[in-house]
Write a protein that binds this ligand. Structure first.
Ligand code: MN
Length: 464
């Protein structure tokens, strides 16, 4: 068991984490009967970043929906049993030191089994944003196996409910798509498992930027500090987290595409409708009275899950060439993808510009990178702005790279092709010391305000 900085261990399943949030007054129970269409998403958004929400007795089956379970950085660190400042190093350590899972029988996620299911009758699936094409499963781990090696891949995809036993999926050009293509070229369907109600660690691990044959459930094991208990699917060889709430078993249909979208995505815009991949659902299993986790498109929860694994990968990538990179931050305003702030101790003249070039190479989504000195808090954007205001000149410190690969979901690009902007807001190494010396009052930070304030005397006492 990995020792924990604050003496608590990671939370290995959704319910133990939510009950801890409840104990610490960060879980808001909503009145029974909230509507699946828009009302759940609207209420969850109003609590986004402040409290997780639990909606009892929703939908025709009277199910339970939860949302906003990890909508900020501090909560994610707590869910992993670590301190906030350890998050990136701890995550990257898990990516490079995965822990194989352990197979168990009689898993909770298979307490009840439905063959030939109607998913809409079995679970409460919300409709989130105004122009979404309908109900979507948004917080599910999608697990498939490499048809050649049998190794698993775990990722999150938006899943449109297209019929009683049919889902539409958006597959970006990553691991799931390459396995699906390999199966399709052999003329075969690809088995898939959809896991709803996973732990924060498993959700975060699914977003790791890892090699193609790295099973992300092993990264989840490393994050919780022990082997993840998994069980075999009833219809396939796929292993799923045993303590999950709901498992949907199905197949990507070979050579089948159907209309999917629009859907409200992380940049706060709609992903366009197009002919996309189709999953036929064969079986649903679940815990007794399962909880259905939903992530509202564009919410902080949506952004945070992508943010931490990217920051961890970007900082590891940058440090290979620039060991003096101290911290990186993908800001919320940059949808936790596009704007990167880098804290760096410059050693050589011009080196900060090389760091900017390295940042653009570290992830294609980054379109603005700002590098600042060690005395700037990159998690406080007014500090970053101060550094730009006082250490940057546009004719000397600005880099622009045209027509490079960016995010297809950034509507200002030309189908994902756009410009990069790098801002070097570091001070020159050879500047006279006093020129960039930040003002400060000696002893200010050490003053104990309780010991200096006078709570007895009023202004009237003084003027009298
Ligand atoms: Mn993968």
């Amino acid at each position: 068991m990995t020792p924990r900085a604050n003496g608590r261990s990671a939370f290995a399943d959704l319910r133990s984490w939510l009950s801890y949030l409840g104990d610490t007054e960060r879980l808001q129970i909503i009145k029974p009967g909230a509507k699946l269409e828009f009302e759940i998403a609207g209420i969850a958004n109003r609590f986004d970043g402040k409290k997780a929400t639990l909606f009892p007795n929703v939908g025709e089956m009277g199910g339970t929906v939860v949302s906003g379970i990890v909508s900020n950085r501090e909560w994610m660190a707590e869910a992993l049993g670590i301190q906030n400042h350890e998050l990136l190093d701890r995550f990257q350590h898990a990516v490079t030191n995965p822990v194989p899972w352990t197979q168990v029988e009689n898993a909770l996620c298979q307490q009840e089994v439905h063959r030939r299911p109607d998913i809409r009758a079995l679970m409460p699936i919300p409709t989130h944003n105004e122009h979404d094409s309908g109900a979507y499963i948004t917080a599910a781990l999608l697990i498939v196996r490499n048809p050649k090696t049998g190794r698993q891949n775990v990722s999150i995809h938006r899943l449109q409910v297209s019929g009683p036993a049919r889902l539409g999926a958006l597959l970006l050009p990553r691991h799931t798509l390459s396995f699906q293509r390999a199966a399709e070229e052999a003329g075969e369907d690809l088995d898939a498992a959809i896991v709803i109600g996973a732990s924060p660690a498993s959700l975060l691990a699914s977003q790791a930027i890892a090699p193609i044959d790295q099973d992300e459930l092993e990264i989840a094991g490393a994050l919780i500090g022990r082997s993840l208990p998994v069980t075999r699917c009833l219809n396939s060889e796929i292993r799923v987290p045993a303590d999950a709430e709901i498992i949907i078993e199905g197949r990507f249909l070979a050579n089948k595409r159907e209309l999917e979208g629009p859907f409200g995505e992380f940049p706060q815009y709609y992903g366009e409708p197009a002919e996309r991949h189709v999953i036929a659902v064969d079986l649903v299993s679940h815990r007794k009275r399962p909880w259905f986790h939903t992530i509202v498109g564009g919410s902080l929860e949506h952004l945070m899950l992508g943010c931490i694994p990217r920051e961890a990968s970007i900082i590891a990538n940058l440090r290979r060439n620039f060991p003096e990179v101290r911290d990186v931050h993908l800001s919320r305003g940059g949808v936790c993808r596009y704007h990167l702030y880098i804290k760096f101790k410059k050693r050589f003249a011009g080196e900060s510009k090389n760091v900017l070039l390295g940042a653009f190479a570290a992830h294609y989504d980054i379109k603005l990178a700002v590098v600042v000195d060690e005395d700037v808090d990159i998690h406080d954007l007014s500090e970053v702005e101060w550094a730009i205001a006082t250490r940057f000149q546009a004719d000397r410190d600005l880099i622009i790279v045209s027509d490079s690969q960016g995010s297809k979901l950034d509507p200002s690009t030309n189908d994902g092709v756009g410009a990069k902007m790098g801002i070097d807001a570091t001070k020159p190494l050879d500047a006279p010391e006093m020129r960039f010396k930040r003002i400060r009052v000696p002893g200010e930070a050490d003053i104990e305000l309780e010991s200096v304030v006078d709570s007895q005397t009023t202004l009237a006492d003084i003027v009298s």
